[in-house]
Design a protein around this ligand. Structure first.
Ligand code: SAM
Ligand code: SF4
Ligand code: SF4
Length: 349
């Protein structure tokens, strides 16, 4: 096997290292969140193109040679991928991978939390935008609210720690629930993170008027709880963390109003082996083709040159449009239909 020297010193054009890999294991989902999958029909990635667990594991091994030490499994809904714990077990055997996390909508956690724990998953993030069942249904087009709450409860029962709850804050939709969500987080020992609504992929209902900004989130919580202080930490994690007077911490991911591209060490692998250097990237690099041809030196060459040439600052560029041409929808529906990789549910949030 031709293992080239470790590339942990691989930097992009802005000096950003390659560290964190988000692996989408399926583009399918059992919800239809209106900010992510608002359409009735989707073009799915052809089954024969989907990477096997062995192929994903091999690609992660190669990425690890270049410095990747964190993997987040996502989708679509990753728990729809049959036998996901098998992939986690494979990844766990890689000494270089220090953190294996999962982002899920929580519906299938009730039945899978135990096997995920047994496989060695380190951390779970559950996406939950509302605590009102009718709003949940309105947002997701599915009646699965109770199952998500049961799933979250089950995570605690089986003893998985490090639970986070991610909430997309949408003005006029759930901005009146921030305090309830924080209180709910406390009750299930989860840190809540508020994500600013982003104009990514399928978010064709997006508008700046629907973004509940970091400043507004902080002001809402300050009014309810009193002074909020930032948690000082040295990290490339996307969330800024804050502390309430009672010590409760929470996070904000201000991708829209205060993008953090300058420290971004994240890239994304789709379920069919396309590698994207930014959430907003229009083009990806095909790693499946050389992998399936047993041409690992081409896989390595694509990763190395791709990252070394990386100029992506998608969220910052989107923000800059606000003062020039205006910031509308990122990708039109016709283009999304032609290339499903452009969808958030294909490249993993
Ligand atoms: N299905 C899983 C879930 O919902 O957790 C994993 C995939 S989902 C694409 C990952 C994350 O992206 C979720 O937390 C979701 O809320 C977030 N997301 C999707 N569309 C978004 C948008 N337009 N703005 C902000 N966050 C978004
Ligand atoms: Fe919602 Fe996640 Fe499914 Fe998108 S992939 S529709 S955010 S549950
Ligand atoms: Fe990273 Fe792109 Fe997101 Fe900026 S927009 S933080 S470069 S993934």
């Amino acid at each position: 096997m031709n293992v080239e020297p470790t590339g942990s010193d691989l930097f992009d054009t802005f000096g950003r290292p390659l560290r964190s890999l988000r692996v989408s294991v399926t583009d399918r989902c059992n919800l239809r969140c209106r900010y992510c999958m608002p359409e009735d029909e989707y073009t799915w990635l052809p089954r024969e193109t989907l990477l096997s667990f062995e192929e994903i594991n091999r690609l992660v091994e190669i990425f690890a040679e270049f410095g990747v030490d964190k993997v987040r499994l996502t989708g679509g809904e990753p728990l729809l991928r049959r036998d996901l714990p098998t992939l986690i077990r494979l990844l766990k055997q890689q000494a270089a991978i220090q953190d294996i996390a999962l982002t899920t909508n929580g519906i299938l956690l009730d039945e899978q939390a135990e096997s995920l724990r047994d496989a060695g998953l380190h951390r779970i993030t559950v996406s939950l935008d509302t605590l009102k069942p009718d709003r949940f249904k309105q947002l997701t087009k599915r009646d699965s609210f109770d199952r998500v709450l049961q799933g979250i409860a089950h995570v605690r029962t089986v003893g998985l720690t490090g639970l986070k709850i991610d909430t997309v804050a949408i003005k006029g939709f759930n901005d009146d629930e921030l305090v309830e969500l924080i209180e709910y987080g406390k009750s299930v020992e989860a840190e809540v993170r508020f994500i600013e609504y982003m104009d990514v992929g399928g978010a064709n209902d997006w508008g700046m008027d629907k973004v509940f900004s970091q400043a507004e989130i902080l002001e809402t919580l300050r009014q309810a709880y009193g002074p909020i202080e930032p948690v000082r930490e040295n990290s490339s994690a996307p969330a800024s963390r804050f502390r309430l007077p009672d010590g409760t911490t929470f996070g904000i991911i201000p991708s829209t109003t205060a993008p953090f591209c300058a420290t971004c060490d994240r890239s994304r692998l789709t379920a069919d082996g396309m590698w994207y250097l930014c959430l907003y990237a229009r083009q990806g690099l095909d790693l499946r083709e050389p992998l399936r041809m047993n041409d690992e030196s081409t896989v390595r060459a694509r990763i190395r040159s791709g990252w070394q040439q990386r100029i992506d600052r998608g969220a910052e560029e989107r923000k800059a449009l606000e003062s020039s041409s205006g910031r509308g929808q990122f990708i039109q529906i016709e283009e999304l239909r032609q290339d499903p990789h452009l969808e958030m549910h294909a490249r993993g949030g």
